[in-house]
Design a protein around this ligand. Structure first.
Ligand code: NAP
Length: 287
């Protein structure tokens, strides 16, 4: 890639940022699609987020992704926010507009595209969602807004599950999300579920950790989707497979949230062929 006076810059702000795969997504797409754009990670120290966004605006950066721990905090630094991101309460993509940045949430639509590409349906499904943190909150909103029948939201801290359920149910206007503790899995209805693992348990290097270890739980799962992609196969995924279910990791979610951000910045539609070329490059970091 040639960097010259016309090169536009996008990047990632977060802390930490050194293990990010986002540069692979955006720089590969820019090269393939012939866009004059470069993407770089920026480490933002605690307490400097507002300065970072202001500085990015002053430097005319085209767009930014936002990662942990700033997805909610960044909202205060925006000029405008997309309705979906506002409802979720988290922003992972900033797009430069006249007078500041507009915030979007592409994580949710990214997960939807990832599931769709694997043939996983949400509409009419009974779903188990593990976790009630930032990511799980977006997943709960996704499932409710895409017509899930019921979402059993199991979290270590019941109050957090109750808060997420209350907010999502109010926004959607029906009682879709049912808050429960992790131990309540024994009270789930006697049928098979799509289960989405949205906690940080099992993330590398603690790869043998799993939020529920009981085999009986996994007999209730026909499809398991873990938002984690490092390790490539989590213990949650292994347990789903051992009990006859299909299991997927979160790398395609990461891919598609990036692609949607790229589409917003460059006003283009990325083809599935290009998406899969990027995916293979990302995958090479794991297997
Ligand atoms: P977060 O806001 O910190 O939430 C963490 C969640 O994990 C909470 O529900 C927390 O329960 C639970 N948890 C943590 N330690 C636990 C333990 N020892 N036992 C039981 N539960 C525990 O994190 P997040 O931002 O939502 O991210 C969650 C995961 O999603 C991370 O692994 C992240 O890498 C992944 N993610 C993937 C993508 C992707 O593109 N694939 C995108 C976003 C996030 P409490 O409420 O009880 O504390």
């Amino acid at each position: 890639m040639i960097i010259d006076g016309k090169t536009r810059t996008c990047g990632l702000i977060g802390n930490p940022v050194e293990h990010t795969l986002s540069p692979v997504i955006h720089n590969t797409l820019a090269e393939r699609l012939g866009h004059h754009m470069v993407y770089v990670p920026f480490l933002v120290e605690e307490g400097r987020l507002a300065d970072a966004v202001k500085g990015a605006d002053a430097l005319n950066l085209l767009g930014l992704n936002v990662t942990v721990p700033y997805k909610s905090e960044v909202i205060a630094s925006l000029r405008d926010i997309d309705t979906l991101a506002k409802n979720i309460g988290a922003v992972n993509t900033l797009v430069k507009t006249e007078g500041g940045y507009k915030g979007y949430n592409t994580d949710m639509e990214g997960l939807y595209r990832a599931m769709d590409s694997e043939g996983i349906r949400i509409e009419g499904e009974d779903i188990i969602l593990l976790g009630a943190g930032g990511a799980a909150r977006a997943v709960a909103y996704l499932c409710a807004s895409k017509g899930a029948q019921k979402v059993y939201l199991l979290n270590r801290t019941l109050e957090k599950a109750q808060t997420v359920a209350g907010e999502v149910n109010r926004t959607i206007g029906r009682d879709v999300i049912v808050p429960m503790t992790l131990g309540d899995y024994t009270k789930l209805p006697d049928r098979k579920f799509l289960a989405i693992q949205g906690t940080s348990v099992g993330l590398s290097p603690k790869v043998e950790d799993v939020v529920i270890a009981d085999q009986a739980f996994y007999q209730k799962i026909h499809t398991g989707f873990d938002l984690i992609y490092s390790p490539w196969e989590t213990r949650f995924m292994r347990l789903v497979k051992e009990n006859g279910g299909a299991a997927y990791n979160g790398l395609k979610m990461l891919l598609y949230q990036g692609i949607i951000a790229y589409e917003l910045w460059n006003d283009v539609q990325v083809s599935e062929e290009d998406a899969m070329i990027v995916y293979e490059k990302m995958k090479a970091h794991f297997i």
